[in-house]
Ligand binder design. Structure first.
Ligand code: MEV
Length: 290
């Protein structure tokens, strides 16, 4: 017997990934052109069953168990790349919460965040928030609870996404950065301060449509992410190719260690052709979701 269906898009963090877990604000954009879709049905005495890509199995079953849904069949479909830094675990959490009948965006965000902690251990909440609200978002982790998520009232800039396989999970990547933060507090503190400035300047540039400046800030953010060890060689190559194809900026997005790179640039940019010619087969235009 069908119990419910739910859908959710992905996300791309424009500025502040990792540092958001150490006090910096961050800006995230929804990726509404791709989605995760779940459908739940009663499974009676057969307990929990899962139909979907292998890489989604463990986390999906853990989320359902957490919700006390131990006698359901879940089918997972959609075209959002999984485990690529595009928020698939948060999208899965949001889709599952929606499939259980919750529709108020604030309630969806809070419930999805509980589930997301299962996948990521220590999650800031930015992924669940941008996916629940489906709008560009400024996250201020130091603000009082009711004022942390600020919906940005302008369309997301045009951007592209490409990805390569991850060599470490978000959980591992977050743990490595935390080790560096503890070992080198002065150096890390300077990077948090630099990221805080980039987020503030980036918000201003986004508000005024200054995309060239947003691109420059993305390149600056990428150099900082490289310093904390989350940028892999293939990401450096992707960024270089993207800039050659005419992108205004290019950076690793999300936890890194492989996964996604985002590029600021219009739909007409020949990015997928340039990347495919260099052997990078996975890219899509993700911008202008409104
Ligand atoms: C993952 O998309 C972003 C991180 O900053 C983790 C988080 O904020 O929960 C790496």
């Amino acid at each position: 017997m069908p119990l419910g269906t739910g859908e959710a898009g992905g996300k791309a963090i424009l500025f502040g990934e990792h540092f958001v877990l150490h006090g910096s604000p961050a800006i995230a954009l929804p990726v509404s052109s791709r989605c995760v879709r779940v459908s739940l049905s009663a499974n009676g005495s057969q307990g929990l069953s899962y139909d979907g890509p292998a890489e989604g199995r463990v986390v999906t079953l853990a989320m359902l168990t957490h919700l006390g849904l131990e006698h359901v069949r879940i089918s997972l479909a959609g075209d959002l790349p999984l485990a690529a830094g595009l928020g698939s675990s948060a999208a899965l959490a949001v889709a599952i919460v929606r499939a259980t009948g919750v529709s108020d965006p604030d309630e969806v965000r809070v419930a999805a965040h509980q589930l997301e902690q299962i996948a990521h251990g220590r999650a800031s909440g930015i992924d669940d928030a941008v996916i629940s609200y489906g709008t560009p978002l400024l996250f201020r982790p130091d603000a009082p609870p009711g004022a942390r998520f600020i919906k940005l009232a302008f369309p997301a800039p045009p951007f592209w996404v490409a990805w390569v396989p991850r060599i470490c999970s978000t959980k591992e990547s977050v743990a490595r950065v935390a080790t560096m933060a503890a070992a080198e507090p002065t150096r890390f503190g300077a990077l948090v301060a630099a990221t805080t400035r980039i987020v503030s300047e980036g918000e201003g540039a986004l508000r005024s449509g200054g995309h060239a400046q947003v691109g420059r800030l993305m390149n600056e953010a990428q150099a900082i992410l490289d310093e904390i060890g989350v940028v892999v060689d293939s990401h450096r190559k992707l960024c270089e190719l993207g800039m050659r194809a005419g992108a205004l900026g290019a950076k690793t997005t999300g936890a890194g260690g492989g996964g996604a790179v985002m590029f600021l640039g219009p739909a007409e940019m020949e990015l997928d052709r340039v990347l495919a010619a260099a052997g990078f087969g996975h890219s899509f235009f993700a911008g202008e979701p409104h």
